[in-house]
Design a protein around this ligand. Structure first.
Ligand code: 6R9
Length: 647
């Protein structure tokens, strides 16, 4: 079947920052002369001390290391704020829309944001926070989350944002791993009309994280919370009386900027560390080129700041580029499935960037919810977080964008800092579902199982051959794990964990994770994490978790559970385990299916045969493949006979 291709619209090819010829020329230069290319791109920032060195990187064990602009210095907060004050001080920097359409929106100018950041940075300093200290941020999608990030960057503190949907247990683990002494939170968050007890969660978390000395609490909903003397500070009271000036700390390009925990295929979440110079150049450059962004345009990335997409494209990219960024506290279908498009009309959003899972959920509600809004302001659409299926792509293109707006399907990872493969709106003819072309400086390769490089049209493991400035620098506190996780599967290459196909035209198509990571509604979950949560329950002996196809979420969570001998599994236990996982990790880890089984299918050497479990979960049971190494084939028959009915 031939794939539809949508050529670059004539007006885009003529007016865009980058057309196809320019893309080709710049891409060549970026890989042939990285030092020259990045020296130019780095001019987009104000440097305190100019760098002389550009790229000092190696993916090989003998001289492994990643440094960009290593001897330069800068401050990211000053680049996002101070340098815009002269030209766009009165321009709106953040347009905030609350959960409820009845609540007042907020418009914060660059000048106001600068002042708020300085006051808050001074408050942090007054609590003893300085360069290199870790600050955990557990806030809802409110402008204060951006204020907190920028204030940390201003004084050189390393922020670690924990998504406000995570449980107290998950929060405690992340606070402890990076040894934060300060936590920023709110009384409550609001999503879809439901209150989330953030302060209560922090209290519960701190029972397991005794090192925290200061909790700064934003009164957001006005709920009653118990403040502890000496530890807790009311946000508004704390900033009152602080000076509106705060000198930005001079940061080395390789000084840490933030930690963001993400799931891997094994063990506990990894603290992905990004540093100041390379990340900033990458955030600004990708935001400008991918979205063809001009200062002042209304840009809405509908991601939460708890994920990397929110870091790079709600806060840092747009503000570095003098943008107006929309922050939305709520969810796509509250109070009704028109909400996104009503906000587009309300703020006259020009560029909208969202996740396939939200689009699929909205698509299911019917076109009518979209059609009743205007959307005339939209000129470009974006997608991120997981592969977008062609049906959802076409719906997004035709119904939301009325076949007027190109779609940039940006493939990237927490580890890559910003868009790593993507179409560019003025350069790339679009193929629905293709991540298309590498961003400047990115050298993707497809490898086979033996690590041989595949040429031409092919499918294999996606690796990246050389470093780019936005690449993560280490796993917090465990540099060895960084090297082991990403650079040993295929020696000398960065291993993405994704499978990928390259077609006859050289377009890249991400096929999904090939490790034990599943992607639920665009959120990464390590199957090992969910398994350890299940096994931690007193009635569970063993558990294996795999992904299953899910119409809205992309992938759902399918858990096989073996109970302890004396326990009779029943519906009550099923409900109890679902609740248990939600408390251990958070609602995003809620199992969709739990299948009880007297045993798991294992090889004679005791390895769980996940391949078979995946097939059963996918209901693709016609051909289970080679089962000859199974220790007890009866286990599989039992699993097949007792597979729960799944919609
Ligand atoms: C930015 C972000 C990373 C994983 C990644 C891949 C999947 C993200 C995608 C995509 C296909 C896209 N992914 N964007 N797959 N097309 N446009 O999502 O970071 O949360 O770390 O997830 O998400 O599998 O490896 P992160």
């Amino acid at each position: 079947m031939s794939q539809p291709v949508y050529p670059v619209p004539a007006n885009w090819a003529a007016d865009a920052l980058i057309d196809e010829a320019k893309y080709q020329a710049l891409y060549r230069r970026s890989v042939d002369d990285p030092d020259g290319f990045w020296r130019e791109e780095a001019k987009r920032l104000d440097w305190i001390k100019p760098f002389t060195k550009v790229k000092e990187t190696s993916f090989h064990e003998a001289d492994f290391g990643i440094r960009w602009f290593g001897d330069g210095s800068l401050n990211l907060s000053a680049n996002c704020l101070d340098r815009h004050l002269g030209t766009r001080g009165d321009q709106v920097a953040i347009l905030w829309e609350p959960d409820s359409p009845d609540g007042p929106a907020r418009r914060i100018t660059y000048r106001e944001l600068h002042e708020q950041v300085c006051r808050f940075a001074n408050l942090l300093r007054s609590r003893g926070v300085g360069k290199g200290d870790r600050v955990t941020i557990y806030l809802p999608m409110v402008p204060e989350a951006a204020v907190a990030m920028l204030a940390c960057a201003r004084i050189g503190a390393i922020h670690s944002i924990v998504f406000a949907g995570f449980s107290p247990e998950a929060l405690a683990g992340r606070i402890q791993d990076c040894d934060s002494r300060v936590v920023l939170t709110a009384d409550e968050g609001l999503r879809g009309g439901k209150a989330i007890p953030l302060m209560a969660n922090v209290d519960a978390a701190l029972a397991h994280a005794p090192g925290v000395e200061t909790v700064i609490v934003l009164a957001h909903t006005g709920a009653n919370v118990v403040m502890r003397d000496g530890r807790d500070v009311d946000w508004a009271e704390g900033v009152e009386g602080q000076s509106p000036d705060c000198a930005p700390e001079e940061m080395g390009a390789e000084d840490p900027l933030f930690i963001l925990y993400t799931s891997g295929s094994t063990g506990k979440p990894k603290g992905v560390l990004h540093t100041t110079g390379g990340y900033s150049v990458w955030a600004s450059m990708t935001h400008e080129y991918v979205f063809d962004y001009r200062p002042g345009q209304i840009f809405w990335c509908a991601a939460d700041v708890g994920w990397v997409t929110g870091h790079t494209y709600v806060v840092y990219g747009p503000l570095l580029n003098g943008g107006t960024t929309v922050m939305f506290e709520g969810v796509p279908n509250y109070p009704d499935p028109s909400r996104f498009w009503q906000i587009v009309d309300k703020f006259q959003v020009e560029i909208f960037y969202g996740a396939p899972t939200a689009l699929r959920a909205l698509m299911r509600e019917g076109d009518e919810w979209v059609a009743r809004t205007s959307r005339k302001s939209l000129r470009l659409l974006g997608s991120v977080g997981e592969p977008i299926n062609p049906e959802a792509w076409e719906w997004y293109y035709r119904v939301v964008g009325e076949a007027r707006c190109p779609i940039v399907d940006t493939w990237w990872q927490t580890e890559t800092g910003g868009a790593t493969m993507t179409p560019l709106p003025g350069a790339t003819a679009l193929k629905p579902g293709a991540a298309s072309w590498p961003m400047f400086g990115v050298r993707p390769l497809l490898l086979d199982a033996e690590g041989q490089i595949l040429e031409g049209a092919a499918e294999g493991s996606l690796v990246i051959a050389d470093s780019w400035p936005g690449q993560m620098r280490t796993v917090w506190g465990d540099h060895e794990r960084f090297f082991q996780t990403y650079f040993t599967t295929y020696k000398g290459y960065y291993f993405t964990g994704d499978g990928c196909r390259r077609d006859e035209d050289g377009y890249y198509w991400i096929t999904g994770r090939i490790d034990d990571v599943i992607n639920v509604s665009g959120h990464r979950m390590g199957t090992a994490e969910i398994e350890s949560a299940l096994v931690a329950h007193s009635k569970v002996a063993e558990a294996a978790v795999v992904g299953m196809p899910h119409a809205i979420k992309g992938q759902g969570i399918y858990a096989y559970v073996t109970t302890n001998a004396e326990v009779e599994p029943d519906e009550a236990l099923r409900a109890e385990l679902v609740k248990w996982v939600r408390t251990e990790i958070g609602p995003i880890a809620t199992p969709d299916v739990i299948q009880f089984t007297p045993a798991l299918p294992k090889t004679r050497s005791g390895k769980i045969m996940r391949r078979i479990l995946r097939k059963i979960a996918e209901n693709d049971t016609g051909n289970l493949g080679d089962t000859s190494t199974l220790a007890d084939p009866g286990v599989v028959d039992h699993l097949l006979a007792n597979r729960p009915q799944v919609e």
